[in-house]
Structure formats: C-alpha cells, structure tokens
Design a binder for this molecule. Structure first.
Ligand code: ZN
Length: 330
C-alpha cells in the first residue's frame, strides 16, 4: 500500500532532491501548485481592519484583487509544522537535546535543532548562525476582484435614534468570503524526500490561514501537482492571471470582468485551469520539470495520513541533520 506510493514518488523526483540537506546550494527545486479554498470567512489584513489587496493587470484589464501575503502563509504553515513535531517526535528530539520542549515561533528563539528549523530556517540567536529557509513562498492573489470577495462590516453604535447616520458605525475587520480561491506556488529548494513529504503533509493538514486566535479562516489546501526540476516555477500571480484568462476564454475586457465579478467559481474548472496555466507558463519560461499530478499526489498524501508515518519520516529526517545543523564553534 503506502510504501509503494512513496517509493514511486521518490523515484520520480529523485534527480531533484537530496539524500541529506547540504550547506551549499544545489539548485534543485520541488514546486508545489496549491489552490487554497476558503471554507469560512477569513481575515487577511495588515492593519487589523482593511483587507489586503493589490492591483493586478490581466491583458488590458486592471483590477483590484485580494492578496494573501507570503509571510502569512509561512507563519501559518510553521505553526502547524512545529505543533506536529511537538506531538510526534518530542521523545526523539529529547534524545538529541534533553531539554527540548517544542520549538518557539519567536524568531530569535527557535531551537535550531529540529527538522522544522532546518527546513524553514531560523534567525540567529546568541552565538548561533542563521539558517536560510529552503521553503519559498510568494504573495498570492484571489481570482475574483476585491469588491466581489470581501465583505465590509460596520457595527452600529448603540444609541436611542432609530435612524443612524452612515458614519456613526464602527468599522469592523474586512472578511474574505467563504468560497474564495487563492492559487499559490510554493517552492522547496535542495530538500530531501522526507522534507517534501513533511511539507505536503503540513499543507494537507493546515486548515487555518487567518489571523491567529480567531475561529475564522478555515482553509482547504488542494495540492494540484508537484513539479520537480532545476529551476523555480512560475509565480502565484502568473498562475492567477492564467486562470482568469482561461475561464474568460478570451482576453476581452468584458469577459474578464465577468469572471472576476462572478458570485462563485467552479472549483473543478479552476483546478484544471490552474494546472494548464502553470504548465503553459513553465513551457513559455523554458522551465522543464518532472510532474506528479493531483491523483498521484493524493496517493502519496494517503500513504502518510497516519501520524505514525509522519513521525517515522520526521525521525528519519532528524537523523540526516547532524552535519547540516553542526555549527562551527568559535
Ligand atoms: Zn526548531
């Protein structure tokens, strides 16, 4: 069962992964094409009130869309990754470092001993050396326009008057509505098979990308394909543009506006457009890669759905980190 899918996956991408993490860059890339689907309203704001947005251009059309910052995706994935590690390999970690009690999210207080720190990087604390992240995220954008995907709420100030004037309300944080789709390309650089699997598992199980400590922002991450090669894949923005053009069927402004202001989008059509769009872009940019499609990716995810499987791959990865994490003493 499971072993087969993982072995097949490892064999397919073998030229673009490493046996062990190395200190010098090797330029081997594993790109994941992910479609994040909001299952509940989410708050993606920087100032706590206004939804993050950006103006993008598709052909001749300029439009303001919702934006999900790369750093928000990183923070959310790292929280999940650290929680998984703590739950699954605390005993193994304690064998390496007796006082290990999980790993902090605080930038300069990360343990620098765990598979998560090794993969996602960490800033230097006293006497230590910073580790560069081998996971690269970029800003991602909604397919539909900001005015279509965001809801603004105003709380009316309590008072006696039946009729309130429009400015008396208190602005509440903007919400991205449920159903919003955000295509993302995430790139892993110079990683091992265990790190690819760990990252896929985190992506599959991470279901919150909104502000921390709220019940908002439930997300389903669809991994549409894994593309391994010698170069980084197209950006999330480029993929979003391709999806819009594909759904419109033409670069005609009116058709594009119609897609971008639609109440809903068909998930399966968007998935198909994302895959075709990604692959067309890659070919236009002369990026060659080995592809593992959504169905094969699902088989791999299935093979590591048990915590025991994830614990075992993290333990294997831990054993590969000694040289990589070995910091020369002054
Ligand atoms: Zn750590």
């Amino acid at each position: 069962m499971s072993e087969d899918a993982i072995q097949k996956f490892g064999a397919t991408i073998k030229d673009y992964i490493l046996e062990k993490p190395e200190k010098r860059p090797k330029n081997r890339y594993v790109n994941l094409l992910v479609l994040r689907e909001l299952l509940s309203a989410a708050r993606f704001t920087t100032d706590g009130t206004e939804a993050n947005s950006a103006v993008i251009r598709i052909g001749e059309t300029e439009e303001t869309v919702g934006k999900l910052f790369g750093r928000k995706q990183v923070a959310s994935d790292r929280r999940t990754a650290k929680a998984v590690q703590r739950a699954l390999i605390t005993d193994e970690m304690k064998k390496k470092k007796a006082d290990w009690d999980g790993c902090s999210m605080e930038v300069t207080k990360m343990c620098q001993k765990c598979p998560e720190c090794a993969l996602f990087g960490s800033a230097a604390s006293e006497g230590a050396v910073s580790m560069t992240s081998r996971v690269m995220y970029d800003e991602a954008y909604t397919i539909r326009s900001l005015s279509t995907v965001v809801e603004e709420f105003f709380q009316n100030a309590p008072g006696d008057a039946y009729v309130k004037n429009a400015t008396s309300g208190i602005r509440e944080p903007d919400f991205f509505k449920e159903g919003v789709l955000i295509p993302c390309v995430v790139t892993l650089k110079d990683v091992t098979l265990e790190e690819v699997l760990f990252f896929m598992n985190i992506t599959d199980r991470n279901s919150r990308y909104g502000a921390t400590g709220t019940r908002f922002g439930k997300v389903r991450n669809h991994i549409l394909g894994v593309y391994a090669g010698g170069r980084e894949g197209p950006s999330s923005l480029e993929v979003t543009r391709e999806i819009i053009l594909a759904l419109a069927g033409t670069s005609d402004q009116e058709a594009i506006q119609k897609v971008m202001s639609a109440d809903t989008l068909d998930l399966e059509k968007v998935k198909a457009a994302a895959v075709t769009g990604y692959e067309d872009l890659a070919s236009r940019h002369r990026i060659t890669s080995i592809k593992v499609d959504e169905a094969a990716t699902a088989e791999v995810l299935d093979a590591i759905k048990e915590d025991s499987e994830v614990a075992s791959l993290l333990t294997t990865q831990l054993g590969k980190l000694d040289d990589y994490l070995d910091v020369p003493k002054k």
